[in-house]
Design a protein around this ligand. Structure first.
Ligand SMILES: *Cc1c(COP(=O)(O)O)cnc(C)c1O
Length: 227
């Protein structure tokens, strides 16, 4: 498994999808998803030009943290249990999975304790699959309003996971809907949030996600191979 080659290929595919959407390749951040991947292989990806990594489990995040260069940005992309917030609060650069008020409350409390404002994305369950976490589209705005008192978290955008499908085209409508919601919220001009990031697209569907407006893609298997 040639990780350096894979990173180069992914970068080329991201650039091509960005061009297709009349955007610059630099406008899309590639988060290399490193779950189940050991530090040696993560370093290969970093040496090939990866600057952002994403873990979906706190335990793995914490275990690898000290071995990853400090200038590499750390993303927490998986469902976050409230009782694990304390382990990552001073280490994480962006949390993609804010999906409930109790988590916001804990994040705010723990971030205040370490004197920082933690950047988060709201996870949206666009497809409403029962197995997925995330706020439903129509509830996102009222959720945002409820976050106003929490001064130690800053909403920076939205994230979604599309339904698993062999055919990337079939998930295009979900990405388009999240982009639409993203723009609507942006126009809502809430003072306590910044709509900067739209995190959508994985190995199976990242090109379609970029065409529909994603500026963060989360890619595991196309870089590290099958898990
Ligand atoms: C595993 C995972 C990814 C990456 O999936 P691949 O299909 O390996 O690209 C992206 N986002 C989340 C939330 C994940 O858990």
């Amino acid at each position: 498994m040639d990780i350096q080659y894979n990173v180069k290929k992914v970068m080329e595919r991201v650039a091509e999808a960005a061009h297709k959407a009349n955007r610059s390749p630099e406008s899309v951040t590639i988060v290399a998803v490193t779950k189940t991947v050991d530090v040696g292989r993560i370093m290969e990806a970093i040496n090939a030009g990866i600057c952002h990594i994403g873990e979906n489990r706190v335990q793995e995040f914490v275990k690898k943290h000290e071995f990853i260069p400090v200038d590499v940005k750390r993303h927490l992309i998986g469902t976050l249990q409230t009782n694990k917030v304390k382990y990552i609060i001073d280490k994480v650069d962006l949390i993609h999975s804010l999906d409930r008020l109790s988590l916001a409350k804990e994040l705010d409390k723990r971030a205040a304790a370490v004197n920082r404002v933690v950047p988060v994305l709201i996870q949206v369950n666009v497809s409403k699959e029962a197995t997925k976490s995330g706020i439903y589209e129509e509830e996102v705005e009222s959720f945002i309003e409820q976050l106003e008192p929490f001064e130690h978290i800053r909403v920076k955008g939205l994230m979604t996971i599309a339904p698993l499908s062999e055919d990337a085209e079939s998930v295009r409508p979900y990405f388009a809907r999240l982009k639409e919601l993203f723009e609507k919220i942006k126009e809502g001009k809430y003072n306590h949030i910044d709509m900067e990031y739209l995190s959508m697209g994985m190995t199976n569907d990242f090109e379609v996600a970029i065409e529909e407006g994603a500026n963060i893609v989360r890619i595991g298997r196309a870089i590290f191979g099958e898990r």
